[in-house]
Design a protein. Structure first.
Length: 140
């Protein structure tokens, strides 16, 4: 048995515990946020619901570190608690089309002007690839 007195946890152990606490917090936020997001999608009319489900699948595959959430009652995806992108149902504001948009938290700045919102009426393979590429750039 050692007679040396322990001063508690080492700096590395404290850092590891802090990191684990952050992981648990992120997991808890993601679980609740995803449930809220999926509930909002389920409430949408069929056409918007189909688009939102595809957007959700693209986001989960492309940027799994983004936390699903809701934002003003819309499906949204956050990084460090800040919304990066969102889906707005056409039904939400009685618009002609749904939109997929990015906030100023997204890394899309290029030049003096760039698109931050896209009208969606259908999502084929080409559109899915374009959204995935934009999301990858937004979180880079």
């Amino acid at each position: 048995m050692s007679t040396k007195k322990s001063d508690g946890f080492t700096a590395e152990e404290r850092a590891a515990m802090k990191e684990r606490a952050k992981e648990l917090k992120r997991e808890a936020q993601r679980a609740d946020g995803e449930r809220d997001l999926l509930d909002k999608i389920a409430e949408m009319p069929r056409a918007d619901r189909a688009l939102a489900k595809k957007i959700h699948a693209i986001l989960r595959a492309t940027a799994p570190d983004l936390a699903p959430s809701t934002w003003y009652g819309m499906p949204a995806y956050k990084r460090d608690g800040k919304v990066v992108c969102f889906f707005q149902s056409a039904d939400k504001f009685k618009a002609r089309y749904a939109t997929f948009g990015f906030t100023d938290e997204a890394n899309l700045d290029k030049g003096a002007m760039w698109p931050s919102s896209f009208a969606l009426v259908a999502l084929g393979e080409a559109e899915e690839k374009k959204i995935a590429a934009l999301v990858r750039r937004a979180v880079s």
